[in-house]
Design a protein around this ligand. Structure first.
Ligand code: SF4
Ligand code: FES
Length: 252
């Protein structure tokens, strides 16, 4: 059986004790890293060594570790989620790095995402945008038959494509304006094309764009960096849809 090759890496990690404390990049050695480890498992290994040495571990956010919760918000070598197409940090594997590589690890950087500690930022501004969207009208009572409300397949596919957004905030971190337009547009578009979402479409788009501005996100100026960084392939076509929905709402 052939012996698995391991790597030694130099990690430059952003350390910051709290929201108002000064931050800095600190150097750590990641030794004997397996190419089959995920990026977060590699950080776990570094943290185990730090704990053994009675040093404070690196604080980072994670939950599902399978690309669905959007928690693992890290900028790796200057790119949110590390730059591998349709891949979150937790899905990134160490085989994409080489022995001896220097890796720079930083938190999301945007005015609307204040740093809590080290690599964790407060992304609750995105939750408040969703909250502003409010409810969908629905009749209570018996369960309707599955085919009572027919939805054309292209509309269902369009809604599902928008619903892929996991609310990670990489689009905001990648945008030079710190704009949340891609996120908000995905949330608006996934409901706007479905009959269940049409009843409140006008109030929803106004409330969500209003919340987006209030939270301090910037405006979209068509850089498309959001689409490039999005781990779920959310397209900027949804931003065009958001703009159309907003204009329609203004006429109502
Ligand atoms: S649009 Fe993409 S990058 Fe932005 S929050 Fe949703 S999944 Fe993350
Ligand atoms: S930890 Fe859930 S998407 Fe990465």
């Amino acid at each position: 059986m052939s012996e698995q090759k391991t790597m030694n890496l130099k990690l430059h990690v952003w350390r910051q004790k709290g929201p108002d404390a000064p931050g800095r990049l600190e150097l750590y050695e990641a030794k004997e890293v397996s190419p089959d480890q995920s990026f977060l498992e590699m950080l776990d290994q570094v943290n185990e060594e730090l704990i053994k040495a009675d040093r404070e571990p690196i604080v980072f956010d994670h939950d599902c570790r399978e690309g669905i919760c959007g928690s693992c918000s890290q900028v790796i070598n200057g790119v949110p989620h590390g730059g591998q197409e349709r891949t979150t940090v937790c899905q990134l594997h160490m085989r994409t790095f080489k022995d001896g590589d220097a890796i720079f690890i930083e938190p999301w950087r945007a005015r609307a995402f204040p740093i809590i500690k080290d690599l964790i930022v407060d992304r609750s501004a995105l939750d408040r945008i969703i909250q502003a969207g409010g409810y969908n009208s629905c009749h209570t009572g018996g369960v309707p038959a599955g085919n009572a409300l027919l939805i054309p397949k292209p509309d269902a596919d369009y809604a599902m494509d928008a619903a892929e957004c996991i609310g990670c905030g990489a689009c905001v971190a990648a945008c030079p304006n710190g704009s949340a337009m891609l996120f908000t547009s995905a949330k608006v578009a996934q409901l706007a094309v479905l009959p269940q979402g049409k009843a409140e479409a006008a109030t929803r788009v106004c409330a969500m764009t209003g919340a987006m501005q209030k939270e301090g996100f910037g405006n979209c100026s068509n850089h498309y960096e959001c689409q490039a960084a999005c781990p779920k392939g959310i397209s900027v076509k949804f931003i065009a849809k958001l703009n159309r929905e907003y204009q329609k709402a203004l006429f109502k």
